[in-house]
Design a binder for this molecule. Structure first.
Ligand code: TXA
Ligand code: MG
Length: 336
């Protein structure tokens, strides 16, 4: 296939119609969602979807999420049971992706050949405007090169994909900064494949017991994408609990001649006044997990730009959004 080189432009809301035209013509467009920026293609056009895999360098066995403009648009794409409908009513539009039995209308390539399909309705106004304007379901993974942190700013998409796509719709910084919660409803019991801003405790009242991928005891293979480390910056990510351990890890690094960067709470920073300001990538305000989540991926990108060898990151409790943050930190640290 001959590769087109695009003069990639970053344009805002006025370009929604142009973006929709590119999508209808089988090309790729990056657009903001409330979670991270997505790289969209017409989900019903296998050749267009193949361009997503090529542009990202994404392994062919990692399935994509299809984005819809409203719950009704999900109906021809997957079999929606009563639980799915209830969750859609409650959490859509929003950062909840549901994995459901796939209908024939959706080409195999979208789901990497799996019998299921991941679906979500985003709540970002530009994403919704684009979905409505093109009238198509959009397959859209995060708009980063495979293995790079997900993009939370249009500039991140440009860094990774300039020349490969015609257009990046500019919605400014995203609202959440971590990818959606992925809940698999295709088996006997719901499985939380990826934690996100819709939390397990928000889902529990509707779902009863929610399994984690490890609980499934090989009932089925885990989501193919889960074996890939999506979030790895080039630096080594060291996870540490509390100010005392931060200091110890810092001293260890210094002895080895390394000046690590830090991501820590403001509380811990106050206990480490000797820490040079230029080594602090992020200090999040006490208990403000939303702030931490929102900045994490751009910190990873910044660390790469600075050529950091190591990032020492303070861990957070695994409750609420903390579960999603720790999931991404472990992946970045190569711990899962
Ligand atoms: O917030 C988000 O979900 C963003 C925005 C753009 O919507 N999208 C996103 O897509 O994060 P991506 O491709 O980077 O991550 C999709 C995840 C992968 O881990 C993939 O393996 C899993 O969802 N997935 C997709 N379809 C699946 C399926 N049929 N069964 C199991 N897992 C699936
Ligand atoms: Mg991704």
């Amino acid at each position: 296939m001959k590769k087109t080189v695009f003069n990639t432009r970053i344009l805002s809301a006025e370009a929604v119609k142009e973006a929709a035209d590119w999508l209808k013509a089988g090309e790729l467009v990056a657009f903001p969602t409330e979670t991270v920026y997505g790289l969209g293609a017409n989900a019903l056009d296998a050749a267009a979807v193949a361009k997503i895999f090529a542009a990202k360098g994404r392994p062919a066995d990692n399935p994509l999420i299809v984005h819809v403009a409203n719950p009704a648009a999900a109906e021809p794409l997957a079999r929606l049971g009563p639980l799915a409908c209830q969750l859609m009513d409650t959490f859509w539009p929003g950062p909840l992706t549901l994995v459901l039995p796939r209908q024939k209308l959706v080409p195999d390539i979208v789901s990497a050949g799996l019998p299921t399909l991941a679906l979500r309705m985003p709540r970002h106004p530009l994403a919704l405007a684009l979905l409505n304007e093109c009238g198509l379901p959009l397959a859209a993974p995060s708009a980063n090169l495979s293995g790079r942190p997900s993009p939370t700013l249009p500039g991140h998409v440009f860094e990774d994909l300039a020349g490969q796509i015609a257009l990046i719709l500019d919605g400014g910084p995203v609202e959440i900064g971590l990818e959606s919660t992925v809940l698999d409803l295709s088996g006997k019991q719901p499985v939380l494949l990826r934690p996100g801003a819709v939390t397990r405790s928000q889902l529990q009242p509707f779902c009863g017991e929610i399994l984690l991928p490890d609980d499934r005891h090989q009932e089925r293979p885990a989501a193919p994408g889960m074996k890939y480390s999506h979030y790895a910056p080039k630096a080594q990510v060291l996870l540490v609990k509390g100010a005392d351990d931060l200091r110890q890890e810092w001293q260890k690094n210094q002895k080895e001649g390394c000046s690590p960067l830090f991501i820590l709470s403001q509380e811990s920073l106050e206990k480490l006044p000797e820490l040079p300001g230029e080594q602090v990538l992020l200090a999040w305000p006490a208990h403000n997990m939303e702030f931490f989540a929102n900045k994490l991926f751009s910190c990873f990108r910044q660390a790469d730009k600075l050529g950091a060898k190591a990032i020492i990151v303070e861990t957070v409790p695994e409750t609420g959004l903390g579960r999603a943050i720790m999931n991404r930190l472990r992946k970045a640290g190569g711990i899962v």
